[in-house]
Design a binder for this molecule. Structure first.
Ligand SMILES: Nc1ncnc2c1ncn2[C@@H]1O[C@H](COP(=O)(O)OP(=O)(O)OP(=O)(O)O)[C@@H](O)[C@H]1O
Ligand SMILES: [Mg+2]
Length: 463
């Protein structure tokens, strides 16, 4: 819980009551301040920020309702709970209308009062998070067209997209699978003055070698068995628009030569034709291979590589921009909640923390699938860690932990040290058991702990 961060102001003219409340609340980990009169409470509220105000209605001087009103003026998001021995419906209604969260009659049940306070503060946190999100949701800051994310690395990519959009420069987009290369290619097209013209995707890995030429350049009727009529090539259909050559690393050497000419001269011959066709196209390519390595290994022509790679946009893997996880998760949550006709509106902060610990080898595509499954499985309107754990592939999660790079700067956003330690412990225990084929004595030895300690830890982690 985040109790210790919450600051509560107790206002009551009766010393014994103040003392009781202070002891009770401090025991729960809250930071508590006191005021013995309405005037002192007001002075306090004007100089310090409180999360919750617990205020008696009858004070020696000004009324508790006035303190409530001033508290709301000073900090509209503060939670106010009014307490009174002279409980009357009238007082309650007045207090609620003035913005009190609740009205508690004296004498109150201690446990119940604590629960009311806890619930009020939880609600406040949820509302705050929602406000943060709404506030942040100004389209400019949070996404770029359909691309969600505002990490510095993505902002840099948006800048590049803007800069190259209206040129004819060939762009190579590199990055692991599922990082959003296609989305970025589309964004370049949509930002360019070609946006009304076709955006043609050619999946180089999906075309049989024998059909490459005909698919790219077209063919004349009768030029080969099965060519029953003239067919336009994909490059021609993209005239005046953009061609996106996906998985460019997959094309073979002989076709690389032909493609080089087409890219260089923006002209080519259809299969079985003698005439040259000229097209006005902007070429964007993408690959999840390391093309430089392919060039060094002699599998990819250097001249073609330099033609295509005039500008390179490197899309970072999700694990290197974890600050985008919350936005992306919320984006996919909204998407699938809507699609499935569910009312899942929020992801618990703890679930987000779990997601940030996973290293997402499948990047955003994997996060999207994970959220889709989680939304399908959840029965509550807030996505809790449980519904994530249900749908995530446990083994890969552990792999993720093992590969986890320790990003100490994460601490700036708040981390759970306990969770981090537990995961490290779990990963080491599993590894030790793997090495020893499940022999607990040997595993304990490898880990430098006693057998009893190992057994205790295994039970604790339910391994
Ligand atoms: N920043 C993002 N914001 C929102 N959705 C995204 C983002 N990045 C990727 N996606 C979504 O994730 C999925 C994978 O993205 P995309 O197909 O562009 O990845 P890719 O890099 O081309 O992957 P591959 O190399 O496997 O082809 C798509 O459904 C895409 O819409
Ligand atoms: Mg792709």
């Amino acid at each position: 819980m985040t109790n210790e961060k919450n600051h509560i102001l107790v206002v009551d003219d009766e010393l014994s009551m103040r003392e009781l409340l202070v002891i009770m609340l401090e025991k729960k980990g809250y930071r508590v301040s006191c005021a013995e009169s309405g005037t002192k409470a007001v002075a306090f509220l004007r100089k310090e920020k409180v999360d919750l105000l617990l205020c008696d209605i009858r004070l020696g001087d000004i009324s508790g309702i006035d303190v409530l009103k001033i508290a709301k003026e000073e900090n509209p998001h503060a939670v106010v709970i009014m307490i009174s021995a002279f409980s009357s419906a009238e007082n309650a209604v007045e207090a609620m209308n003035a913005g009190a969260y609740d009205y508690v009659p004296k004498p109150f049940d201690n446990a119940e009062l604590i629960l009311t306070i806890q619930n009020a503060l939880d609600l406040k946190t949820v509302q705050q998070e929602k406000r943060d999100l709404d506030g942040e949701m100004s389209p400019r800051d949070l996404h770029f067209g359909k691309i969600v994310g505002n990490s510095p690395r993505m902002m840099y990519i948006y800048d590049m997209v803007r800069q190259v959009a209206n040129t004819r420069t060939n762009v190579l987009i590199t990055g692991e699978s599922g990082t959003g290369k296609e989305l970025i290619a589309r964004a370049i097209h949509e930002q360019s003055d070609r946006k009304e013209k076709p955006f043609v995707i050619i999946n180089c890995g999906g075309i049989p070698e024998t059909l490459m030429e005909s698919e790219f350049f077209g063919h004349k009727k009768g030029s080969f068995t099965g060519a029953s009529h003239d067919k336009k090539g994909l490059l021609e259909t993209a005239h005046k628009g953009t061609v996106f050559l996906d998985e460019i690393g997959e094309i073979n050497q002989s076709f690389q030569v032909k493609l080089l000419r087409a890219v260089q001269e923006k002209s080519f011959k259809a299969v079985g034709d003698t005439r040259d066709l000229f097209v006005d196209i902007r070429i964007i390519t993408a690959t999840n291979r390391n093309l430089t390595q392919e060039v060094i290994g002699g599998r990819f022509r250097e001249d073609l590589f330099y033609r295509l790679n005039v500008i390179e946009i490197k899309v970072p893997p999700l694990r290197e921009r974890k600050t985008d996880i919350q936005l992306l998760a919320q984006h996919f949550l909204d998407k699938y909640s809507k699609e499935m006709g569910k009312q899942v509106t929020k992801i618990s902060s703890y679930a987000i923390e779990l997601l940030k610990k996973y290293n997402f080898p499948g990047n955003i595509r994997e996060l999207e699938n994970l959220l889709e499954r989680s939304v399908a499985l959840t029965s509550t309107n807030i996505l809790l860690p449980d519904s994530l754990a249900l749908s995530v592939n446990k083994k890969r999660w552990i792999e993720g932990v093992k590969d986890r790079r320790f990003d100490l700067d994460e601490v700036a956003h708040g981390v759970s040290l306990d969770n981090i330690m537990t995961e490290i412990e779990r990963a080491y225990l599993e590894k030790a058991l793997e090495y020893t084929n499940g022999n607990k004595n040997k595993a304990a030895e490898l880990l430098g702990i006693t057998f009893r300690s190992l057994r205790y830890r295994l039970e604790k982690l339910t391994l």
